[in-house]
Design a protein. Structure first.
Lengths: 430, 803
């Protein structure tokens, strides 16, 4: 499935070249963290993928979390929806992001774990998917995909803490993934990349010329510059190559977008299916899909009130019952997505084995906007699943540790992410 | 912390080295050996504690190579010199030595280290290829191209590796950084070309109260409501309440607003403190950007402010004082009249104007920067402009490239030097590109050149252009202006008098404020002012208006120090500061009115004298919920008092204050004093740390600790700030501490000079630079170590004027 060019590129980059660059960047933890992953690049390790599905309105904890820890936990209302995947899923209770509060605002921290509070001016940091894409995204046409069901809100943030707007149209996404650009557009893109490359080539040569007149100190510093420019040049060649290469063909028609913004679950199903297509064609390996809270009535029998207002149930039984209907459907659709991945062949195994799929929300309790005890479900990806990791619901376990595990799973040998300083206790590679 | 390496020379090897050196002495000359420290001294005076297994403080003289080529070893030898020099070692209770014994050794050590470092300088220079920082790059692109759009957000933040972002050692570069650099260059060039080739940006609106208010009064939303002919927002905690849809920006841009506003149902505390933020103001885009705050009074007044608004973003204007009574509204929306009977303060707007502006050069000037004298003509019925292409000769193109390159590289450029860049342009022209597009490729390349991105200088004394460069980046954070470049061209910048005049010029007026804001952002960590939010239960009256006023206070205080050349003593003591009504109320100082900062005389019981007790300083040195005398102590030593503290041994756990328990930090730290290897640093760290314990994490004075029990705060133990300075002088509280430290202004001055050297040159002050640093400080003694005197002395010092 992987075109040969990936491996070519990696060989060209080379361990020595890269490590020299990394030496310049010792102060930058990400870059040192990435060194081993590149050092191993020569081996044809199977591709590792990550999908985060994030809920804007939480999942009602009482219907989700089992009481009993370990492998023989009792199935709860929501877990019953994905019971057939029990051995593929880990459910985590009693975990959250340290220092994160602010209710809905904490949505921005879901995948970054950056401390967030009621203040609107809090600053964000890089999200886990973008960190993966930064270091490993060059393998695919799209380093990452940032998707949503409605609006452009997303949990994906750049290193500067700016939000990457989500694509919310399945049909537009399909076009980007599978429909070839016009020759004119292809030419324009190739032209741009080519111009960038010749500039990199030129300034690299200029750096060499400049070095001749300088002392040892300046010369060393310019060496780092030179290496970085050469690496970028290679990466540009890669994207130029993508522009020329035909997009993958899939056995599916361009979808029709669902115009009813309240039809939450069907939108979820359609976009999830696009994610499956993107993964199976290796168009991208790092995907976020945000299920923002629609305000309207989700068209499900027995549901009469708006989804957002249901999430603020205030323990009202009628509201809780309707909320359970909506959230059960969301869980069932998520389970179907996982089953689809499981039934898609990939590199000798199936797509679920190579893809870590996280389902979570910033809201542990949507009713009172509490950000503790976040709903956390992890499926696939080559972890030992089939268990309930039960942490202290009063004194939460740091969820960023799971992000460290996920980073290591895709091959980034880091031991920290945001406030996470180790891998997650009880979560092991299979 | 002993650094273990595979080939640590043993004692035998050391002796062998010394024998060989002795051999060298006999054959050649005596100078080499004379500069080496004598092993005998260490054997006689240090080995009892610093030898073999379990050597004190991890220092084993047998294992420490007599070699400076490794950076860590060099640092250790410098520290050994310092500790013997200050009399800290050997410790008084062991064997105090007289000067006669130590002096020869210190002299040897000092010569040895000096000589080694100078050799390194001769080969590599003090400063090694520093790169434009993110802020400098953004500002330089603004000046190069005449544009004003924010660029910082497109650039990755600097790695936190060094004291200042300018320090070459801490700067890193990867393909990712180059990629971002190219991207930001493209964004900047796109904007410059947009300004050059399209008609002027215009947007001017005047809104009356009715237009500012929500269109449909029956709708419940978060826009202002029309009440008695005014657009009104009540005090409430509701997010985005106060969004004014009418201010939605049609395009990305800077906008100037004028607003006539008054307060309604004023609180007892005075007017209604109002905040202005920008954002999309919908729940799917949670973040807001701060613009300004002011106090709305009973009498309407006109406020004016400028804000960058991305397309579709709008203003949020609302009562922003958290101490005001907050209204409650059903379902997250506000209906007209619903705030009326809740007894809430509010704000009322009469009218507003909104105008698109540009900061800096006009479109015409931008056209000149890019295309010199080339002529333009209108196309598409005046909707766009175009170069009159047929009139452009290859020579003109070359000339434009040379001019642009000279500005970008900040020194004159010969045509031949940029041949590859020119070739790129001519190749594009040959391919049929338009002149403007071909030039854009050339400009793009020049702005990615290492000659643009780096400060590279030949070894030795700087030439005039490099001096202009250093001066300009130190004082303005951007490329040299025309006057500096002109002086460089005339070779006049080698003259100290000329440099001095330029320093005064570049610090005059608004520039002075910009310089010190840039400098203090990193020196005093003021760029961390909003890194934490004080815990609500501990600081219920803290809000953004307080935080901004704190920052303004410190800036204003430093600006006055700069403008009036006040002594560095003011870092420690003063009987005045700068407050507005909000901050004065927060500090508990009475009689301050108005939203503009004003100079306020302080009484001793106010306890706000000196820079170090200001709210902004207390906030950036705490974490929002607790204070740590260790962190504040280290901060004071490193940032203000100029004492470098080595990091703690790796195996020592941090002492964490426990806000629930009854054990005070003082109890916890007491054990440090008992342990000799901890005590060596903690006798220095703890005094300033404890002196500041009376200031809570949100910058307020406190007599006792508070602990949080459930949702309430309860009184904890009383705070005891008394301590003893390392030299034995005791103090009872912060005021006495401040007085003691202020007795030695030369130390504060030395620290400030050092920070300026590091910030301005991009390299730390090393052992070999110390004598020069002392000379800088001596030169300012006559002016009582005035802030501006120190800057001027730094700018003409050999340290600053050498590679």
């Amino acid at each position: 499935m992987l075109p040969q060019v990936h491996y070519n590129f990696r060989r060209t980059l080379g361990r020595r070249t890269f490590l020299r660059g990394a030496g310049a960047a010792m102060a930058l933890p990400w870059l040192t963290a990435m060194a081993p992953s590149f050092a191993r690049a020569g081996q044809a390790d199977r591709p590792r993928r990550f999908v985060a599905m994030t809920l804007g309105l939480g999942l009602h904890g009482d219907n989700l979390f089992p009481n009993k820890p370990g492998k023989d936990y009792e199935s709860t209302m929501y877990l019953k929806q994905v019971e057939h995947l029990r051995d593929q899923i880990t459910v985590v209770s009693g975990s959250s992001h340290p220092g994160v509060s602010g209710g809905h605002r904490a949505e921005a921290s879901m995948l970054t774990a950056a401390p967030m509070s009621g203040s609107a001016q809090s600053k964000n940091t890089v999200s886990i998917d973008q960190l993966m894409a930064k270091h490993l995204g060059d393998q695919t046409r799209f380093p990452s995909l940032v998707l949503g069901l409605s609006g452009t809100n997303s949990p994906s943030y750049t290193e500067n803490g700016s939000m990457i707007p989500a694509e919310n149209s399945p049909s537009r996404l399909f076009t980007r993934l599978f429909v070839d650009d016009s020759p004119a557009e292809k030419k324009r893109q190739a032209q741009r990349a080519k111009e960038g490359r010749s500039i990199m080539d030129l300034v690299a040569a200029d750096a060499k010329a400049l070095q001749r007149d300088l002392g040892a100190g300046d010369r060393d510093r310019l060496d780092y510059y030179f290496t970085s420019v050469r690496e970028l040049e290679l990466r540009m060649a890669e994207s130029e190559a993508w522009a020329h290469r035909p997009k993958p063909k899939v056995d599916a028609d361009k979808p029709v977008d669902i115009s009813n913004g309240n039809d939450f679950v069907n939108r979820q199903r359609l976009m999830s299916d696009m994610v499956r297509l993107a993964l199976s064609t290796d168009s991208s390996r790092f995907v976020t899909l945000h299920f923002g809270g629609s305000g309207g009535v989700v068209p499900i029998d027995g549901v009469a009130e708006g989804y957002h207002s249901l999430s603020h149930h205030g323990q009202d039984e009628k509201k809780l019952a309707q909320l359970a209907l909506v959230e059960s459907e969301i869980m069932r659709a998520w389970g179907d997505f996982l089953s689809d991945l499981q039934q898609t062949e990939d590199d000798g195994g199936n797509l679920l084995d190579s893809t870590s799929v996280l389902l979570t929300s910033n809201l542990g309790n949507a009713s009172n906007h509490n950000n503790k005890n976040m709903p956390v479900l992890l499926a696939g990806g080559g972890f030992k699943h089939g268990q309930h990791l039960a942490f202290d619901r009063k004194k939460n376990y740091p969820l960023p540790n799971m992000y460290v595990s996920l980073l290591q799973r895709v091959g980034l040998e880091t031991s920290q992410f945001a406030s996470g300083t180790s891998t997650m206790q009880g979560l092991e590679f299979s | 912390m002993m650094v273990h390496r595979a080939s640590t020379p043993t004692r035998l090897e050391w002796l062998l080295t010394r024998c060989l050196a002795l051999l060298g002495l006999m054959i050649f000359t005596g100078t080499v050996l004379a500069e080496r420290p004598s092993a005998e001294f260490f054997q006689n005076n240090c080995y009892d504690c610093h030898q073999g297994e379990g050597a004190e403080g991890g220092l084993d003289f047998e294992k420490l190579p007599l070699d400076l080529s490794h950076h860590d070893d060099e640092a250790r030898w410098v520290r050994i010199f310092d500790r013997i020099n200050t009399g800290e070692m050997p410790p008084p209770d062991y064997n105090q030595l007289d000067a006669e014994t130590t002096e020869p050794l210190l002299s040897d050590l000092s010569q040895w280290i000096n000589r080694h470092q100078r050799e390194k300088y001769a080969k590599s220079g003090r400063v090694q290829g520093r790169r434009l920082t993110r802020r400098e790059l953004s500002r330089t692109l603004h000046d190069m191209l005449g544009i004003d759009i924010p660029l910082l957000e497109f650039l990755p933040e600097e790695a936190k590796g060094a004291e200042f972002s300018t320090v070459a050692e801490g700067q890193s570069i990867s393909h990712f950084d180059v990629d971002r650099h190219l991207a930001v260059v493209d964004i900047a060039l796109d904007e410059a070309y947009r300004r050059a080739f399209t008609p002027e940006d215009k947007y001017e609106q005047r809104f009356d109260a009715k237009t500012i208010s929500r269109k449909n009064p029956k709708q419940r939303n978060r826009d202002p409501e029309l009440r008695e002919g005014q657009a009104v927002i009540w005090s409430s905690g509701l997010i985005y309440y106060g969004r004014t849809s009418i201010t939605t920006a049609p395009e990305d841009g800077w906008y100037r607003f004028k607003l006539q506003i008054s307060g309604l149902k004023l609180p007892k505390s005075g007017g209604v403190w109002t905040t202005v933020n920008t954002g999309l103001c919908v729940s799917s885009a949670p973040l807001l950007t701060w613009v300004t705050s002011f106090e709305a009074m009973a009498e309407p007044k006109v406020v004016e402010f400028e804000a960058w608004l991305p397309k579709r973003h709008m203003l949020e204007i609302r009562p922003g004082d958290t101490t005001l009574k907050k209204g409650r509204f059903r379902g997250g929306q506000v209906g007209v009249g619903e705030g009326e009977d809740q007894g809430l303060p509010g704000i009322a707007m009469d009218w507003m104007t909104m105008e698109r502006i540009h900061k800096g050069p006009s479109d015409d000037e931008i056209r000149r920067m890019l295309f010199g004298d080339l002529e333009f003509h209108e196309i598409n019925q005046g909707k766009a402009l175009e170069l009159k292409a047929d009139k452009v000769s290859p020579e003109q193109v070359d000339q434009l490239m040379v001019t642009f390159a000279s500005r970008a590289f900040r020194r004159p450029v010969e045509k031949s030097e940029i041949e590859p860049y020119r070739e790129l342009v001519h190749a594009a022209l040959a391919d049929g590109e338009k002149v403007s597009e071909a030039l854009r490729i050339g400009y793009r390349a020049l702005l990615c050149s290492p000659r643009f991105m780096y400060f590279t200088e030949p070894l030795g004394e700087l030439d005039s252009y490099a001096i202009a460069n250093r001066l300009s980046y130190l004082l303005t954070g951007s490329m040299p202006d025309e006057e500096l470049t002109g002086l460089a061209a005339e070779g006049k910048l080698k003259d100290a008098q000329v440099i001095d005049t330029q320093v005064e010029r570049l610090l005059a007026g608004k520039n002075g404020r910009r310089f010190l804001e840039d400098f203090a952002a990193e020196w005093l960590d003021l760029n961390q002012i909003d890194a934490t939010e004080p815990e609500r239960r501990l600081a219920p009256d803290f809000d953004k208006t307080v935080e901004r006023a704190m920052l303004d206070e410190t800036h204003q205080y430093l600006e006055t120090m700069l403008r009036e050349n006040q002594s560095v003593r003011r870092l420690m003591i003063s009987d005045d500061t700068y407050l507005n009504s909000r901050l004065a109320r927060y500090y508990g100082i009475e009689g301050v009115e108005g939203d503009e900062l004003r100079q306020v005389s302080l009484k001793p019981e106010d306890r706000r004298g000196g820079l170090i007790t200001q709210g902004a300083i207390m906030k950036v040195t705490a974490n929002g919920s607790t204070t740590s005398p260790v962190l504040r102590g280290v901060w004071m030593l490193e940032k203000i008092m100029g004492i470098h503290v080595p990091p703690p041994p790796v195996d020592v756990a941090a002492v964490e204050p426990d806000i629930r328990g009854s054990k005070t930090v003082r109890d916890l730290l007491a054990k440090h004093r008992a342990d000799a290897s901890c005590a060596s640093c903690h006798t220095k760290i703890d005094p300033p740390g404890f002196a500041l314990e009376n200031y809570d994490p949100a910058g307020k004075w406190r007599d006792r600790y508070f602990k949080v029990v459930g949702n309430k705060r309860e009184k904890g133990p009383e705070i005891d700030p008394a301590y003893v300075l390392p030299d034995g002088r005791p103090f009872a509280d912060i005021t006495e501490f401040q007085a003691l430290v202020a007795e030695q202004p030369e130390k504060l001055a030395k620290n400030m000079a050092e920070k300026l050297i590091v910030y301005g040159t991009g390299a730390p002050v090393a052992f070999a630079d110390r004598a020069e640093l002392d000379r800088i400080v001596d030169r300012t003694a006559e002016e009582d170590y005035g802030f501006r005197s120190i800057i001027r002395a730094v700018a003409v010092s050999p340290l600053f004027l050498t590679k």
